[in-house]
Design a protein around this ligand. Structure first.
Ligand SMILES: N[C@@H](CCC(=O)N[C@@H](CS)C(=O)NCC(=O)O)C(=O)O
Length: 203
């Protein structure tokens, strides 16, 4: 049975696991189900996307899915074999899925895209609050990728988790501005945007 990845393509977490599959050359079917839909409910205790079905295994949580695909399929490993480098990649996957996701996706992109006041306008106060925290966040990201990639000297799973977040952030004005203003982040994002796995997973 073909690997199935379940979840709307706009989700950064769905895109992260798709990028893992694409980077490894693993064939998969995308079922573009929204969170809490019947298709996702049966494999995700939280109802959040992504979900995954492979043979008799139903799985949720992007990090668990990404690792399952990396370990159980042929193709280049997205986790370094050297333990110190692997630990650093783990560290950045975790930071991407927590701090970076929280500020750039939940508190910024999701605010612009989905949350509106009674008149249908974006809630400026919330967006401004997130934007105030951008300089520190982008300084951290810029320093992390100054030597090329997150946590190691080659493309890894950490890059699969951060790139979809940068892509979504780059679609809104303050996000685009700060990505373009930070040499290290701009160069990194430009390089990531040229990868086949990035282009073929565009929402
Ligand atoms: N910890 C989860 C988070 C996934 C997540 O937050 N997915 C969002 C879409 S990007 C979602 O399903 N949100 C619906 C909700 O919060 O109820 C993972 O890593 O897979």
């Amino acid at each position: 049975m073909t690997l199935q990845i379940i979840g709307i393509p706009q989700s950064n977490f769905v895109r992260a696991v798709r990028m893992v599959a694409e980077e490894k050359g693993v064939a998969y079917e995308l079922i573009p189900a929204p969170p809490h839909s019947d298709d996702i409910q049966m494999m995700s205790p939280t109802g959040k996307v992504p979900g995954m079905q492979h043979r008799d295994l139903q799985l949720s949580e992007s990090q668990a899915i990404a690792r399952y695909i990396d370990i159980n399929f042929d193709g280049p490993s997205l986790t370094p074999t050297e333990p110190h480098k692997a630990a650093k990649v783990e560290q950045w996957v975790s930071i991407a899925a927590t701090d970076i996701d929280q500020l750039l996706m939940r508190n910024y992109v999701v605010e612009y895209a989905f949350h509106k006041d009674d008149d249908g306008n974006v809630i400026r106060r919330k967006i401004d609050k997130a934007v105030k925290r951008f300089p520190k966040m982008f300084e951290m990201i810029g320093n992390a990728v100054a030597d090329g990639y997150f946590g190691t000297n080659a493309f890894s799973m950490a890059d699969c988790f951060v790139t979809p977040i940068l892509s979504a952030t780059n679609m809104w004005p303050e996000g685009k501005e700060i990505i373009q203003a930070n040499d290290s982040v701009r160069e990194y994002f430009s390089r990531m945007s040229q990868r086949k796995s990035y282009k073929s997973t565009a929402p």
